[in-house]
Design a protein around this ligand. Structure first.
Ligand SMILES: *Cc1c(COP(=O)(O)O)cnc(C)c1O
Length: 415
């Protein structure tokens, strides 16, 4: 007789909480960060236009990634907005992306008056499907934004080829994918596209509370990114003028001080996440109807499990509830609805009552955002995507509890 599930009143596998990104025990922060912040405060220079810490972070990050340029900003969303602004689309131009992501991937497209076009995703990863992207390219497509979901490598080598063939730009959203390796040569996510964007928000591999970094090997893109983040004010020329529409997306020296120390911890953070994820991957691979994500290149921001409800007798949302009852931090679907089914799209709540740029003009036709647009995206969210929270501070005992709970609920699924 299998154990009674905690969901049905049985004893939970686990009673104490796990390290999580919202608590000190689940963040890798130390006295070095404290000292760095204190040093900034004592210097009296808290803004990056007078201090040198943010410029130092940019240099460290560019060197770390082996690219000539990194530009810091206030958030991952702003890092992506800077990349879109560097592309400089005309109003109504199109940018192809995924509906299975954080809103920070797509809101910058609207902010820059371009039209988000949603391609569908690969059922095995939730990352963009290259064929679907190809089908959505039109004469108005200016860029593709690929997301490396949960740290799994998106097919950016193929997307870069596609982008080059059409003279458009590939932007990589690496907010969940520090040190994710893409392809057999081990290239890092963020360096295959024309621009790569990172986030330092609380929940990411490393954090400064909020913060963003945009990297590129292209000098012209780098200049536009840097200018846009600072009101398009060319400070290097001593001229107080504004060369085009830009905003203030500057990172503060306080954020940069923390981020610079965090960067020194990144390799260990990712190593630890990979090591513990490997143990759970082996367990999940042995459970019929459940598939772990491929470990190749993965940096494990979270630990996704792909559920076949017909084979296992329950969907991802049931698994999430059953695991939560066992004391395991898990959720179903990742997001509640595809990004294109949120009010900003369905009700076109953008600029006043204009619906701009989701209107014609500037779009060639009014885009339709409705259920059925990306069936695989919708199926993953509705039934197939189980997300187990992951953390570099998990011990092998923590992982053993997760594995035990998963085996227990798998045995009880559909009963
Ligand atoms: C977190 C995240 C963002 C946005 O980053 P913020 O720093 O929260 O603005 C964008 N894309 C993805 C995939 C994310 O996970």
């Amino acid at each position: 007789m299998p154990d009674t599930l905690a969901l049905d009143g049985g004893t939970p596998v686990r009673r104490i909480s796990f390290p999580s990104v919202g608590t000190p025990g689940g963040r890798t922060l130390g006295v070095e960060e404290e000292r760095a912040v204190v040093d900034v405060i004592r210097s009296g220079q808290l803004n990056s236009t007078v201090g040198g810490v943010t410029r130092g972070l940019e240099q460290d990050f560019a060197r770390y990634y082996g690219v000539p340029h990194a530009v810091a900003s206030g958030s991952g969303t702003s890092a992506i907005h800077l990349a879109v602004a560097a592309v400089d689309p005309d109003p109504g131009d199109e940018i192809i992306t995924t509906g299975l992501s954080d809103a920070g991937t797509v809101l910058p497209i609207l902010a820059q008056n371009a039209v988000p076009v949603f391609a569908d995703v690969d059922p095995a990863t939730g990352n963009l499907d290259v064929e679907s992207v190809r089908e959505h390219i039109t004469p108005r497509t200016r860029a593709i934004i690929a997301v490396h979901l949960f740290g799994q490598p998106a097919p950016v080598a193929q997307l870069r080829e596609l982008a080059d063939a059409h003279g458009i730009v590939l932007i990589e959203d690496c907010a969940q994918a520090y040190l994710t390796a893409v392809g057999p040569d081990g290239a890092l996510a963020g360096t295959v596209g024309h621009l790569g964007c990172f986030s330092l928000q609380q929940s990411k591999h490393i954090t400064a509370g909020d913060g963003g970094l945009t990297i590129t090997a292209d000098d012209a893109f780098a200049r536009r990114v840097r200018l846009f983040a600072d009101k398009a004010w060319p400070r290097d020329t001593d001229e107080r003028t504004h060369l085009f529409l830009g905003l203030n997306y500057r990172m503060t020296e306080l954020q940069a001080a923390v981020a610079r120390v965090q960067l020194t911890r990144l390799a260990d953070v990712v190593d630890d996440r990979r090591r513990t994820a490997k143990a759970l991957t082996e367990v999940v691979a042995g459970l019929a109807g459940l598939t772990p994500s491929a470990s190749e290149g993965n940096s494990y921001w979270q630990f996704p499990v792909f559920v076949e409800p017909d084979a296992v007798g329950a969907d991802a949302h049931w698994f999430a509830r059953a695991l939560a009852a066992e004391g395991i931090p898990a959720s179903g679907g990742y997001i509640q609805r595809p990004l294109y089914l949120t009010p900003v799209f369905t009700e076109r709540l953008t600029y006043g009552s204009s619906g701009y740029p989701l209107s014609s003009p500037p779009a060639d036709a009014v885009p339709v955002y409705a259920p059925g647009l990306c069936p695989t995206t919708e199926e993953l969210i509705a039934a197939r995507l189980l997300v187990i929270a992951w953390n570099e501070r998990y011990t092998s005992d923590d992982v053993a509890d997760i594995a035990a709970a998963l085996q227990k609920v798998h045995a009880g699924a559909g009963r």
